[in-house]
Design a protein around this ligand. Structure first.
Ligand code: WT7
Length: 655
């Protein structure tokens, strides 16, 4: 489909009704909204029965000491049993749990019965290393089955894991080991990225030289790449030496619903990372329910694939705990989407006949930039549902995703949530909701969210403000690790009694919610609040633009001036009239007040490894400041190129 006909699709403000076949067989129907509205806690109590409890909970929510919630507090369960063993006991031991695809093309298939044995062995191994219930285990791993096995083994032992994304530096790893006071680190020699081995173990060695990491007694190392690594006798131990010789059966212990399951540090585009604490029963209830409801998972027939790294919350909730508690079959891919070629993802979809795909807008826009002809080479007809998460998806990318990946058939679910919320909170239901490209639409059954103004008053339809969650939910964070005060201050003090998400949002005339990016990303231009997301979306709706990042830079006349950084589509030329053309386009789409003062075509944008644009750095260059912390960038040379380019470009002079 040409860019022009896509634009026409968008202009009609098309609505996409659920495919009749999917709607007729959907796991969750419209009735769920009514049931949850009538009795929210009764609704969640019913969802908790999706799990196997060793002691059934009798109390749903204890909210006597807000904002510290206890869900299902007298219930007892084992999370790993729920994700693995019970499926084998139910006769599904031969079902594939994981189709692993390594970046070099090696593969490994694990059924639920095999996974059960691997998790049992890993649990014995961690026990041998001294791990006891309550001890924190840091995990610094590539995207390989052992990572999931380690997480499940930790859950089985009641030892909270703390995953640190493999792209983070030794410093970032050390900070997280210190903060959580981890006792054991599980890592690998390296993993494969962009066609070559990428080391992990040296960063662990370096991190463990830093003060505050002395309590790490043992480092368990998976051999993945076979590269040379340093070795500390007495501390380091190979996975294959320790795990392989363990018994294949393990008796699980039972834990309280509020037993800590994991700590995960927020990706932190600003400030010191916060250790977000999630616990067991409520978390597992909501990830299980939302995976069932939003992805309409049919465990017997679906092949699910979430492309996120397991080091992010998306990987925790929608690779490990949600899908596995539901007995899903899934694909796990180690590498990057363009190794060895730009069709790799679509080749994987074709190979495993993936039916449900969950990815991020930044990946979708990258694929748009590479060109429609790449996915067109593969048979993607197995897909029946597509999901998006991580940032607002502009309508242009939404429609492209549905047309070029979903063959114009599949629903697209735009799912809003955060590390802190643990599970999806706002999303269409694929068999119910008439979808609107660009909007996450409505809170899921059992979830209460709204948009308020500065004083905390709910805004009417057609207005914007701040997104808040008005009732506690089962998979909510319980605190910031070691810092209850920061938990209260950050999330519960901006608006009395309500959770402040930090996102700007608006409600349209139908009351559907549109996310507008982080509140820090709202610009003030001549007395108007303008969201970076809206200007970016307007820019990307121009045929020449593939990606855009917008920031507000301090300006003597207008408080802030809008600066736009754009990546052009493959065939678009950067000529003298480009900036004017784009400015005119934004003026027409959003209004003259939203016209960027400066527009700069760049080759790449600074992104965190989870794909979020680091606007803070772009603001630094736009305001001619020394760059702030660049350690979480995927590629720090990107910023040098942007700075050089900006220095050479004149600012626009007309308004
Ligand atoms: C922030 C949370 C949730 C897993 C991955 C990110 C943004 C996330 C959407 C969406 C608009 C979204 C928000 C949110 N975000 N999903 N569907 N539409 N914005 O987890 O790193 O904790 O980031 O990501 O700004 O607050 P995270």
């Amino acid at each position: 489909m040409s860019k022009e006909s896509l634009a026409n699709l968008l202009k009609e403000e098309r609505r996409f009704t659920p495919p009749a076949e999917l709607a007729a067989a959907a796991n969750v129907t419209a009735e769920a909204y009514d049931r949850a509205a009538e009795d929210r806690l009764g609704f969640w109590a019913a969802q908790a029965r999706r799990l196997s409890w060793d002691t059934e909970p009798t109390e749903t929510l204890d909210w006597s000491n807000p904002p510290f919630a206890k869900w299902f507090k007298d219930g007892k369960l084992n999370v790993a049993y729920n994700c693995v063993d019970r499926h084998v006991e139910a006769g599904h031991g031969d079902r594939v749990a994981i189709h692993f695809e390594g970046e070099p093309g090696d593969t490994r298939t694990l059924t639920y019965a095999e996974l059960q044995r691997e998790v049992a062995k890993a649990a014995h191994a961690l026990t041998e290393l001294g791990v006891r219930a309550g001890d924190r285990v840091a995990v610094y791993m590539p995207m390989i089955p052992e990572t999931l096995i380690t997480m499940l083994a930790c859950a089985r032992l009641g030892a909270p894991h703390s995953l640190v994304f493999g792209g983070f530096s030794a410093d970032a790893l050390a900070t997280r080991i210190q903060d959580a006071d981890a006792r054991v680190v599980v890592t690998a020699d390296g993993g494969y990225r962009r066609g070559k081995p990428s080391a992990l173990k040296p960063a662990v060695d370096e991190a463990l030289t830093k003060p505050g990491t002395e309590n790490v007694r043992k480092v368990l190392v998976v051999r993945r790449t076979g590269q040379d690594i340093g070795w500390t006798e007495g501390r380091d131990i190979w996975w294959h030496d320790l795990v392989d010789r363990q018994p294949e059966q393990h008796d699980y212990e039972v834990f309280d619903a509020e037993h800590p399951l994991f700590i995960l540090y927020t990706s932190g585009t600003t400030g010191k990372p916060k250790g977000i604490l999630h616990t067991s029963g409520g978390y597992l209830t909501q990830v299980s329910y939302t995976h069932h409801a939003v992805f309409d998972l049919k465990p017997e027939t679906d092949v699910y694939w979430c492309t996120a790294d397991v080091g992010w919350v998306t990987g925790h909730s929608y690779i490990v705990y949600g899908p596995m508690s539901n007995g899903a079959t899934q694909v796990l891919y180690e590498g990057t989407p363009d190794t060895p070629h730009q069709g790799r993802w679509w080749e994987i979809v074709e190979k495993y006949k993936v039916t449900l795909l969950y990815t991020a807008p930044t990946a979708i826009r990258t694929c748009m930039k590479w060109g429609d002809e790449i996915p067109a080479r593969y048979d993607l007809s197995s897909l029946r549902l597509l999901g998006s998460v991580g940032e607002p998806i502009n309508p242009e990318a939404w429609v492209w995703y549905r047309e070029h990946i979903g063959g114009g058939r599949t629903p697209v679910v735009d799912t809003w949530w955060q590390t802190e919320t643990g599970s999806i909170m706002i999303s269409p239901l694929p068999g119910v909701t008439e979808a609107k490209p660009g909007s996450a639409q409505v809170p899921l059954p059992g979830i209460s969210a709204t948009v308020v103004d500065d004083e905390g008053r709910e805004v009417p339809n057609g207005s914007g403000g701040y997104l808040v969650l008005t009732e506690p939910w089962p998979s909510m964070l319980r605190t910031v690790w070691g810092d209850d005060q920061r938990y209260k201050d950050t999330y519960w003090s901006r608006f009395e009694g309500r959770y402040f998400a930090g996102d700007g949002a608006k409600k349209d005339e139908d009351g559907d919610i549109w996310l507008l990016g982080r509140v820090d990303d709202v610009m003030l231009v001549s007395g108007h609040n303008i969201s970076t997301t809206e200007v970016e979306s307007a820019l990307v709706s121009h045929p020449k633009v593939a990606e855009a990042a917008v920031v507000g830079a301090t300006d003597p006349q207008t408080t802030q001036a809008i600066c736009a950084f754009v990546i052009l589509r493959g065939d678009a030329a950067e000529d003298a009239s480009l900036a004017d053309e784009l400015r005119a386009h934004v003026a027409k789409t959003l209004g003259p007040i939203a016209k960027p003062k400066r527009i700069l075509a760049v080759a790449e944008l600074p992104k965190t490894r989870s794909g979020k644009i680091m606007r803070r750095l772009l603001r630094d260059v736009a305001e001619n400041r020394t760059l702030g912390d660049v350690t979480t960038l995927t590629d720090s040379s990107v910023m040098d190129l942007i700075q050089q380019k900006l220095a050479a470009a004149p600012a626009s002079s007309d308004d």
